[in-house]
Design a protein around this ligand. Structure first.
Ligand code: DC
Length: 221
């Protein structure tokens, strides 16, 4: 059977990651969370006092950073850091780190290597535009910022972290702004992407929509 690449892009908190994970499960594809790679890099920078403004330090750090996935685990140089990368501290620093050209080039190269045999679902901001412009299926997910903040708040609560809704919404909007306006591969919808507004969709409905689109492509001859 034909194996395809599914690129899922969109704003923070649209449910991309959980949707992508479930879609991958249903198709028996690998799921790659590209945001986790930028988060892991940010974690490394913070832990090792790498100044994002210091290009030499950034390039030196990138040579040390090796990111892998093992089920739900995110491995930074072999160590599982999945629980350390979804904190407000990372949220507040990740847009800055992910706007650095050298960081993006290093991550994109790793992502293209991971996807070279196809049969993957990758979510992020530039997957359909930069990482896999030849992806057979591109989806661009949106949702209004209040709905997204509520989803993020619930996600944090499940980890025992309590944050004000307004703080989360403000942080999401700030990140949207930075992600969409940065010079290096900004968040934009690819011309050939299907846009799905998830504000009023249940999780199952959004998964079903994407699996259906994927199956049409997989089974077409
Ligand atoms: O999807 P997320 O919230 O885990 O992503 C974390 C940050 O990483 C987000 O602020 C934007 C950035 N990112 C990016 O620039 N490019 C990607 N392909 C994925 C994420």
């Amino acid at each position: 059977m034909k194996k395809i690449v599914i690129a899922l892009d969109g704003y923070s908190g649209t449910g991309k990651s959980s949707t992508a994970r479930k879609v991958a499960d249903e198709l028996a594809y690998a799921y790659i969370d590209s945001g986790a790679m930028y988060r892991a890099t940010t974690f490394y920078f913070l832990e090792n006092n790498v100044n994002p403004e210091d290009l030499e330090a950034v390039v030196g750090a990138l040579e040390q950073i090796e990111i892998g996935f093992d089920g739900v685990n995110v491995l930074l140089c072999g160590e599982n850091i999945a629980d350390n990368i979804r904190t407000m501290r990372i949220n507040e620093n990740v847009s800055k780190v992910s706007s650095i050209k050298e960081v993006r080039h290093a991550m994109v190269a790793q992502q293209q290597t991971i996807g070279k045999n196809r049969g993957i679902v990758m979510d992020g901001r530039d997957i359909g535009t930069v990482v896999f412009p030849d992806a057979e299926l591109k989806v661009f997910m949106t949702a209004n910022s209040r709905v997204r903040a509520m989803r993020r708040q619930k996600e944090l609560e499940e980890k025992g972290i309590f944050e004000e809704l307004n703080t989360i919404e403000h942080n999401l909007e700030e990140r949207d702004k930075m992600d969409s306006s940065r010079e290096e591969s900004p968040l934009i919808k690819a011309d050939d992407a299907v846009e799905i507004d998830t504000s009023n969709l249940t999780f199952d409905q959004q998964v079903h929509k994407i699996v259906e689109l994927a199956n049409e492509i997989i089974h077409a001859d």
